[in-house]
Design a protein around this ligand. Sequence first.
Ligand code: B16
Ligand code: MG
Length: 215
Amino acid sequence: MVKGVIFDLDGVITDTAGYHFLAWSHLAKEIGIEIDEEFNEKLKGVSRMESLEAILKYGNKENEFTWEEKEALATKKNEHYKELIQNISKKDILPGIEALLKELKANNIKIALGSASKNAPVILKQLGIEEYFDYVVDANQIKNSKPAPDIFIDALKGLNLKPEEAVGVEDAEAGIEAIHGAGMVAIGVGVNGDVNVNSTEELTYDVILRASKVC
Ligand code: B16
Ligand code: MG
């Protein structure tokens, strides 16, 4: 029987991918690189610095910047991103998610957040759903980002659960790999996991129970 669910943030709880894309494409343009939405798919679930490295590689500019310059570029992107997300609120919670969080709570299922975003705590607060979460881990606390399993391993520890007692929910390939690396069953939202849904609207308590039977 499932005792806990570990949720990804961007693309599962709320959709900030569009804001990440706006901020990255603006920065990339400044250094002479054009990125499109198709390329942006590759950045989902990937850490800030690794996203920048991927963009530089895509534009054949991976050897043009020092580490300090790269840090400055990443900070600039994040400042722009923070401006873009400052008006995020309850209306931006993806369909079905708050009802699911309520149902999980009512059934005594523990809930954690495992996000590669250093902005995750601020976003959760803006969405007004922090009280549902028994444990929150993001890239501020964990060195190795997805697809490394570290974030999900830490979330399991935080919930005091074994891998076979929890399921992970992700919208990115890197995240599914991280959930599997932590030894858990993965539910894919628009991405291939062990149990799949097309959108968060389909992510019901029944789907969680179905996934837990795969455990
Ligand atoms: P930040 P998730 C990930 O969040 C995003 O999917 C990814 O596009 C982003 O680059 C990463 O967070 C880092 O975000 O710059 O805010 O630290 O999907 O793991 O919740
Ligand atoms: Mg995501």
